[in-house]
Design a protein around this ligand. Structure first.
Ligand SMILES: *Cc1c(COP(=O)(O)O)cnc(C)c1O
Length: 401
C-alpha cells in the first residue's frame, strides 16, 4: 500500500471504502500510480474524463481563463458562461425558448431540476427502478437503490418507482398529479441498461398526455458518450422538456447543467434557486474546450468506431454472456459472480476496470481511447477473466470466520 493510501485512511472520511490505488498522473487514456505502474483507464473517472487525462486543449483553456478571471459569483455575467449556455442549447437543437442553470455536479443539476418541477404546482414524480440520480437528499429521493436511501429516510418528495423499460407500468403510474417523469436514457450505475427503442418516445407521450414534464438525466450518457451529443438524439422524435448534465461536460473540472425548454425554461424565477460557484468562468471555459475538442478531433465518429471495437472484443470473451450499451458506454454481463475479482485482476494486469454488480462490468473510458489501447485490453482480458473466475471460486471455498 502506498503512503498516500495510508494517510488517506487517517484523514479522509470513509464513505467510499479504501481506495484501490493512489494515482499520480495521467495522459490520454493512461494513468500511473505512486509506484510508477501504468494502467489503461477504462473507467475515465466514471465517465468524466471525456478528453482523457491532461489534454492540452483543456489545460490551455483552464489555465488561460484562471489567469484572466477565475470566479466572480452569479451577481455578474461572464462570456464563457453565456457562450456555454448558448452552445448547449444549440447542441440540443433547441431554440430561443430554452434556458440553462449551471451548477457543480450531477446531483446538483438534478436538484435544480427537481426544484423546477415543484414550480409546476404539482409534487408527484415518477422515476424508474434501478435509477441513479445522485446523493443529495432530493436526487436521492429519485434514486431507487434501497441501500443508498434507507439510512436517510424520510426523503423529500412523493416519488413513485416503476420498472424501467415498462411502458404499461408508466401508463399506470402517471396521472394529472404528476409533475415529471424522470429517466436515464441508458441506466449507467445499474450496469448500462438500455431500454427498448420506443420507451422514451412512449414516456414522452404519456408525460404530455397528463401535462407532465419529461426530464432526462443525461449526466452519464450526455456529451458524446454514446456516439451522439446526447443519448436521446439516437432516437427519433424524442424531445425532453428538461435535460440534466454533468460528468463528461467539464472533462474533469466540476460542472453541472440543467437545461429546460418551453414552459419549463421559465419555472425557476429570481430567488427560487442559486449557487455560488455554478457556471464559474473556469468551469465554463473547460466545458467549452471539451465541446470544441469533441468537434475538432471528430470524437463523435471516434466514439462510434471505438465503441464498436470495444463491444466486439467484449462479446468474444468466453465468460461474457451479454454486451449492452452504445458508443463508449458498455456493460458486460459475466457468466458468474466474479466482476469484483475481475477488477482486481485487471488492475494487476494494468487496466482500470469497474464492476457495477457481482456479475456486471461497466466500461466508460475516455472518448480519446485509441484502437491500440483497446487491442491491449482484448489481448489481456481472457487471462484477466480466467484469473478472476478462479479467484472467485477460491473466495467461495474459504471458510467463513
Ligand atoms: C453520476 C450520476 C449522477 C450524480 O452525479 P454526481 O456528479 O456524482 O453528483 C446523477 N445521475 C446520473 C445518471 C449519474 O450517472
Amino acid at each position: 500500500m502506498s503512503d498516500i493510501q495510508e494517510r488517506y485512511a487517517g484523514a479522509v472520511m470513509n464513505t467510499f471504502g479504501p481506495p484501490q490505488l493512489a494515482l499520480v498522473r495521467g495522459r490520454g487514456a493512461h494513468v500511473w500510480d505512486a509506484d510508477g505502474k501504468e494502467y489503461v483507464d477504462l473507467l475515465g473517472g466514471i465517465a468524466v474524463n471525456a478528453l482523457g487525462h491532461a489534454h492540452p486543449a483543456l489545460v490551455e483553456a483552464v489555465t488561460t481563463q484562471l489567469s484572466t478571471l477565475g470566479h466572480v459569483s452569479n451577481f455578474f455575467a461572464t462570456e464563457p458562461q453565456v457562450a456555454l449556455a448558448e452552445r448547449l442549447v444549440a447542441l440540443l437543437g433547441w431554440g430561443e425558448e430554452a434556458r440553462v442553470f449551471f451548477s457543480n455536479s450531477g446531483t446538483e443539476a438534478n436538484e435544480a431540476a427537481l426544484k423546477l418541477t415543484r414550480r409546476t404546482g404539482r409534487t408527484r414524480l415518477v422515476a424508474a427502478q434501478g435509477s441513479f440520480h445522485g446523493r443529495t437528499m432530493g436526487a436521492l429521493a429519485l434514486t431507487s437503490k434501497a441501500a443508498y436511501r434507507e439510512p436517510f429516510e424520510p426523503l423529500p418528495g412523493d416519488v413513485t418507482f416503476v420498472p424501467y423499460d415498462d411502458v404499461a407500468a408508466l401508463e399506470a403510474a402517471v396521472d394529472d398529479t404528476v409533475a415529471a417523469i424522470v429517466l436515464e436514457p441508458v441506466q449507467g450505475e445499474a450496469g448500462v441498461v438500455v431500454p427498448g427503442a420506443d420507451y422514451l418516445a412512449a414516456a414522452q407521450r404519456i408525460a404530455h398526455d397528463h401535462g407532465a414534464l419529461l426530464w432526462l438525466d443525461e449526466v452519464q450518457t450526455g456529451i458524446a458518450r454514446t456516439g451522439a451529443w446526447f443519448a436521446h438524439q439516437l432516437l427519433d422524435g424524442v424531445q425532453p422538456d428538461v435535460v440534466t448534465l454533468a460528468k463528461g461536460l467539464g472533462g474533469g473540472i466540476p460542472i453541472g447543467a440543467t437545461v429546460a425548454r418551453g414552459a419549463a425554461a421559465t419555472l425557476l424565477q429570481p430567488g427560487n434557486h442559486g449557487t455560488t460557484f455554478g457556471g464559474n468562468p473556469v468551469a465554463a471555459a473547460a466545458a467549452l474546450a471539451v465541446l470544441d475538442t469533441i468537434e475538432a478531433e471528430g470524437l463523435l465518429e471516434a466514439v462510434v468506431a471505438r465503441g464498436d471495437q470495444l463491444a466486439a472484443l467484449l462479446a468474444e470473451q468466453a465468460g461474457v454472456v451479454e454486451v449492452t450499451g452504445a458508443g463508449l458506454m458498455r456493460g458486460a454481463e459475466l457468466d458468474g459472480p466474479y466482476a469484483t475479482q475481475a477488477v482486481a485482476a485487471g488492475r494487476e494486469a494494468g487496466f482500470i476496470l469497474n464492476a457495477t454488480g457481482p456479475t456486471r462490468l461497466r466500461f466508460v473510458p475516455p472518448l480519446v481511447i485509441t484502437a491500440d489501447d483497446l487491442d491491449a485490453l482484448s489481448a489481456a482480458l481472457p487471462a484477466v477473466l480466467d484469473h478472476a473466475r478462479s479467484a472467485a471460486q477460491h473466495d467461495q471455498m474459504r471458510p467463513t470466520p
